[in-house]
Every structure is written in C-alpha cells, then in structure tokens.
Design a protein around this ligand. Structure first.
Ligand SMILES: *[C@@H]1O[C@H](CO)[C@@H](O)[C@H](O)[C@H]1NC(C)=O
Ligand SMILES: *[C@@H]1O[C@H](CO)[C@@H](O)[C@H](O)[C@H]1NC(C)=O
Ligand SMILES: *[C@@H]1O[C@H](CO)[C@@H](O)[C@H](O)[C@H]1NC(C)=O
Length: 402
C-alpha cells in the first residue's frame, strides 16, 4: 500500500529492529536484520515474530466521528466481555483467541492498538500459511463476499494480502454482526514463523488498509454491544506468570493500583497518540516533552532518536547501531525510568529496562526507531494499565499495575 509504512520489528531476541530512515515520507523505514556475527551479542531467534505495524502516513483525508461513541443512549445493559491473552516468548507479543463465522472458527490474533486491520489466514492461502488456522468461508453460513483486495506492508518488511469479506465475529463473548474481515491469501515468512494466525487492529478506522472499513471496536459501539466505548488492557510479564487480559466495554479494576487518570488522545494520525511532558531516570531529569503512541503491538519502548540518546546516556547504555542498546545487567544499579503524562507519573522499573539477558550482555527495554513520535510498547504497558476510550474526543486512562 502506497504511502503506508508500518514500523518496527522488534522481535524475539531482537531479531529485527527499525533502523535506517528511508522511504518517500522520510519518516519510517524497513527494519534490518541484526547480523549474526560473533561480535554481535544478540542471537537471532529463528522464530522471528514481528511485532508492531501500522499504517503511519497513509493519506488520511477522512475523519470519522463515532456517532454513538458516548453510548449514553445505549438500550442494552452495560456489559463487558473479556479475552485472555497468551504471552509469547518472554513478552514479545500477546495474542487472544477470536471466533469467526457460524459455526465459529477460532484464530489466534495479535491484538494491536497500533494498527486498524482485522486479518487472518484463510483457505485461500495455499502456500505460505503452513501451520496456521485458516478461515474457510465455505464452512460459515454467515460469510458474505466483498471481494475487494487488501494488502498491508509492515515496516519490518513483513506483508500480508488477500480479499475482504464480512462475517460475524465473536470478540470476548460479544457477537459482532457483519464485521469486515480481511482474508489472507499470502503472508510473508515472518508471519509464517509467528504463532499468530493474524492481527486484530484496535487503532482508529482512519488508517484501515481499505478506506471505509469499520473496526471491531467501531462495531461493538455502533451495534450497542458495549455501552461504554472503551477497552482495558492488562499485559502480563512472563517473569510473573505471563498472560494478559483485554476487557471490552470496561476495565478490570483488580489489575491496577490507585485510580485511573485520563489523558487526551490526538487521533489525527489514526493512533492512540498522547503527549509525554518529561522523562526521568530515577530522580534525574532526562528529557522534555515528546509525543508518543500507545501500541500493544510493539514489544519495546521505542523513543525518538533524540530522547533515546539522552535516556541511554542516563543509564550508561551503549548504542548497538540498530535501534537497540546494551545496558547494565544488574538491575540494582539501575533506577526506574519514569514519564510524566498529564500531571501524573508512570514508571518502568529497573528490571524491565533489561529486556533480555544473554550471558553477560543485556539488551535494554528501550530503543529508538527514527520516528517522529515515541512508541510506548509492551515494556510500558505491562507496567501500566491502559484503558483506551474511543469517545468522540478519545482519551486513554492510565494507572500503575497492581
Ligand atoms: C522455534 O519454533 C519451533 C517450532 O515451534 C520450536 O520447536 C523451537 O523451540 C523454537 N525455537 C526458539 C529458539 O524459540
Ligand atoms: C480467563 O482466565 C481466567 C483465569 O485463568 C479464567 O478464570 C477465565 O474464565 C478466563 N476467561 C475467559 C473468557 O476465558
Ligand atoms: C495532533 O497531531 C497532529 C499531527 O501530528 C498535529 O498536527 C496537531 O497539531 C495535533 N493536535 C493537537 C491538539 O495537539
């Protein structure tokens, strides 16, 4: 897709990271593979699982209001539905099971607040979808043909493409009728080696691959399946049992401490974008303000190049030249990294500033990505509960995890 550029392939064992600036937009880039040389400390995990993606600079000339976004007129009882998540390879990605069609066919989908498409492998995918659960339209009585083509290229070079259709989708116990689904005919090798069957995008509908598609959240709201237009995200840590949980139509107050604080979202680029006022390493001030998107589909905390340099300096981290840093392996020598957001402070503890230990070398939980904004990925979200509120003036609500 034309101007669309996803980003970031921070993967298991840092298989791929965003690197060189490129592209006509000059703002995003294809990732590079980390060279597997003796001098390079990070092993490539052959089971690459790409993480975030999203259509960054797709021309967005439409801005859709969520007509029933506030849900005050909902005629059904307030209701929530939940999806348990599986934590893949030490918090690299998280997937939930979603059922599609009648009778239901189940898929493992990466729930991604950094993109807006819902796609998965299908029986149309005859060569590249080995090992995937494949949607079979002939076995669903509620399948309807659409036939338009879709094609997504993510910033890590991974791709998928196929045709559109509609069917009923059961998300967390809610039955969405006539959801547009994107049936994959081809997926690139990085998807083939990933445990997921596809993605479920939870960003705004202004950045869907084919214009005019309603996201599952749009439909949960417009079909009045949820009366509060929000979803709450808890991502677990493998060190703490893993897992995770999405609540649609509400949130899980057992998962955070204190009270949620609201932060305005700028959705003009189709993302859950917020302003971070400042950052600190321990008590030491590190950076002034920057914009950031909250993206469950990105593994690490990716900072803008300028902020990353300052954060790295504060931790004595060394630049690997590929978007990653090496950091001291002794967490007791590191202080938490904290962000001031709309007057409140949210932290990433020292132990999560170490993403991966490999002998005496440790890769940091933060990196950089040649992007105009930072990405508060899973390293942030697994420490801070996030409620994504899709009202006409969207907000996120944050609180430290319990
Ligand atoms: C890669 O995936 C295969 C098949 O799922 C598995 O047997 C193997 O242990 C994985 N390797 C790593 C390094 O995770
Ligand atoms: C999610 O996991 C919890 C704890 O294992 C379980 O009690 C609950 O039934 C699960 N929920 C769903 C929707 O599967
Ligand atoms: C929202 O983001 C867009 C694009 O980055 C920017 O042009 C605009 O000024 C922002 N709006 C607000 C209210 O900050």
């Amino acid at each position: 897709m034309k101007l669309s550029l996803g980003f970031l392939g921070i993967a298991a064992s840092i298989a791929y990271v965003q690197a060189a600036p490129a592209s006509h937009s000059g703002l995003a880039a294809a990732p590079i593979a980390v060279p597997k040389t003796q001098s390079f400390p990070v092993q490539i995990n052959p089971n690459f699982s790409r993480s975030a993606k999203a259509s960054v600079f797709k021309t967005v000339n439409k801005y859709k209001k969520f007509v029933q976004a506030d849900g005050h007129k909902a005629t059904v009882l307030a209701s929530t539905g939940s999806v348990n998540m599986t934590d893949v390879q030490n918090d690299v990605e998280y997937y939930g099971i979603v059922k599609v069609g009648t009778p239901p066919q189940s898929f493992k989908l990466d729930f991604d607040t950094g993109s807006s498409d819902l796609w998965f492998a299908s029986t149309l995918c005859t060569t590249t979808c080995t090992g995937k659960s494949k949607y079979d339209s002939s076995k669903s009585s509620t399948y309807k043909k659409d036939g338009r083509a879709w094609s997504i290229e993510y910033g890590d070079g991974s791709t998928s493409s196929g045709v559109l259709a509609t069917d009923n989708v059961n998300l967390g116990g809610f039955l969405i009728k006539g959801q547009t689904i994107e049936l994959a005919k081809t997926i690139s090798s990085s998807f083939t080696s990933d445990p997921i069957d596809g993605l479920l995008g939870l960003a705004f509908d202004t950045i869907t691959d084919v214009a005019g598609i309603k996201t599952p959240m749009d439909n949960l709201i417009s079909q009045k399946l949820i009366s509060t237009p929000e979803f709450g995200v808890f991502l677990g840590k493998e060190s703490n049992g893993g897992g995770g949980e999405y609540i649609f139509g509400g949130y899980d107050k057992t998962k955070f401490k204190g009270s949620l604080k609201s932060v305005p979202v700028n959705k003009s680029q189709g993302f859950w974008e917020i302003k971070v006022a400042s950052s600190k390493a321990g008590s030491k001030s590190v950076s002034s303000s920057f914009n950031a998107i909250i993206d469950t589909g990105t593994t690490l905390l990716l900072l803008t190049n300028a902020v990353a340099k300052k954060v790295a300096a504060a931790y004595g981290a060394t630049d690997n030249g590929d978007g990653t840093y090496n950091i001291n392996c002794d967490a007791s020598k590191l202080s938490p990294l904290s962000f001031k957001i709309n007057g409140a402070t949210y932290s990433v503890p020292a132990e999560d500033l170490i993403f991966e230990k490999d002998g005496n070398t440790c890769v940091a939980g933060f990196g950089y990505g040649d992007l105009p904004f930072a990405i508060l990925g899973d390293v942030f979200i697994k420490n801070n509960y996030v409620v994504f509120s899709q009202t006409s003036s969207p907000t996120v609500k944050l609180a430290p995890i319990a």
